[in-house]
Design a protein around this ligand. Sequence first.
Ligand code: NAD
Length: 244
Amino acid sequence: METLEGTTALVTGGSRGIGRAVCLRLANDGAKIILHYHSNRAAAEEAAAAIGREVRLVRADLGSIDEIEAMFGELGPLKLDFLINNAGIWKGTPMGSTTAAVAGQIIDTNLKGPFWVTQCALPLLKDGGRIVNVSSVAGRIGVAGGRSLYGATKAAIDALTRNWALELAPRKILVNAVAPGYVTTDMTSDYFSDPAIFENALRRHPLGRLTAPEDVAEVVAFLCSEGARYVTGQSINVSGGSVI
Ligand code: NAD
């Protein structure tokens, strides 16, 4: 297996779900992990213990530009090989009853946050480094259920991915995205507690199961690997054939 020994990865939202799986996967290849978390220090410490090697924890609400800048101030001078923009929220925004507060929270966390994190990370990111954004198939297809703004932020993530790939090509920084289908994490646990919804989702997955966080982490690891050296500006579905 290829080694990422001597490399450093910053993973946002690394304490649980997909982010945690990405931290474990990259650390398994030898990367030093800077694990960003939002508010649950205990979960971040548990993830760090599971990683079992040197991990640095940093906290910020990525919906706040001030907190993002403070986090990078706290990180100080360091060199990054990989930036994984994973943190995000999935909230309903039904037309006619969505509040400005919820709309703002989704845009701030899912769009402005990764934009600002990346802007702050760029001076630290080595030439030839990698950025992997966690998008969603919801940015590529219509999904019933009143979550249009979520889908719009993820479509925007794909647009950032393509544009940054071009903008950062002179520095040989590769920028790609992974677009998971339904993943069984805290984000979807309430939703899938309804057996009818779960069964319906399952029926739409030709491979017979929903996406696991580890499925996504594998593709992130590939995009960070030498094997992906000529891949940039792409969003790769990790959805078990549910969206093609
Ligand atoms: P999750 O809820 O388990 O994890 C989300 C992470 O984002 C958590 O670590 C959380 O602390 C962090 N986060 C949320 N709001 C934040 C804020 N304001 N500031 C800082 N951090 C914040 O869900 P997950 O499924 O692991 O989601 C990870 C990513 O995958 C998200 O971007 C999500 O949109 C995307 N995604 C998830 C699914 C799915 O079905 N679960 C599908 C497609 C895409």
